[in-house]
Ligand binder design. Structure first.
Ligand SMILES: *Cc1c(COP(=O)(O)O)cnc(C)c1O
Length: 237
């Protein structure tokens, strides 16, 4: 895993060089969802500090398990249900999937400090996915900006799946234009499949899981906590 991390860092640096950007303009978020705590420890030991989690309870549990590593920064990257907002409010360094005013209000009321937030945009207009549609984005942003404690830093997207990373490029370009028009600097875009293209198109945060940690178990019933309880070593199998 530490070798994989080094390779990803090198590919990020190369993509930055192609785009005339500095590598320190891009934050690598190691997406550790469904990976065991031991795997996070290994990647942390190799120098990685930003980690991404999708599920609020999993984030809560891992934050407790890794609390001693006080410079580890958690990025909550998945959609939230209202009753789980509290976990994110407590431990997250940033939230990347803001797409509902109800959640935004709940988050703002629970926070005791400003939280960096990215609004998720549903670029492909895919019904099954989260995110605010492009047409509703400006109004949504205006409402979010009125809330205390939410530090709106940018936009996030997960474009429709493609085999070819080039397939994501037009979506990344669209996200960048939307952010520019709204005066937002942050762009959370790019995964294992397409992070280099995302960097060429201006990503400030890339969210890479599989290329660092290897494959992850598929989630059944959405219940990570139950899986961990069954497996006392704390790993998810
Ligand atoms: C899982 C996930 C990622 C990472 O995907 P990989 O293909 O493993 O790199 C990035 N962003 C979001 C929102 C995710 O859910």
């Amino acid at each position: 895993m530490s070798q994989a991390l080094g390779e990803i860092e090198a590919r990020i640096a190369a993509a930055c060089a192609r785009a005339g950007r500095e590598p320190n303009e891009v934050t690598l978020i190691a997406v550790s969802k469904l990976q065991p705590v031991a795997a996070i420890e290994e990647v942390y030991a190799a120098g990685q500090r930003h980690f991404g989690e999708n599920y609020a309870q999993e984030l809560r549990d891992k934050a407790v398990a890794l609390a001693a590593r006080s410079d580890l920064k958690w990025h909550a990257i998945g959609r939230l249900q209202r009753n789980k907002v509290k976990y994110v409010a407590k431990v997250a360094h940033a939230f990347h999937a803001l797409d509902s005013l109800e959640i935004a209000m709940e988050l703002s009321s629970r926070l005791q400090r400003p939280l960096a937030c990215f609004v998720e945009v549903n670029l492909g207009a895919e019904g099954s996915k989260g995110g605010v549609s492009s047409t509703e984005l400006a109004a949504f942003i205006q409402s979010v900006r009125a809330l205390p404690n939410l530090d709106l830093v940018g936009l996030m997207a997960l474009p429709p799946m493609t085999q070819d990373p080039e397939g994501s490029r037009p979506h990344f370009q669209t996200l960048r234009k939307l952010a520019l028009g709204l005066g937002l600097r942050g762009l959370s875009m790019g995964t294992t499949a397409d992070f280099e293209v995302a960097i060429e198109e201006g990503a400030t945060h890339v969210r890479v899981g599989t290329a660092i940690f290897g494959g992850r178990p598929s989630l059944q019933n959405g219940d990570w906590v139950e899986r961990v309880k069954r497996n006392r070593s704390g790993s998810v199998s």
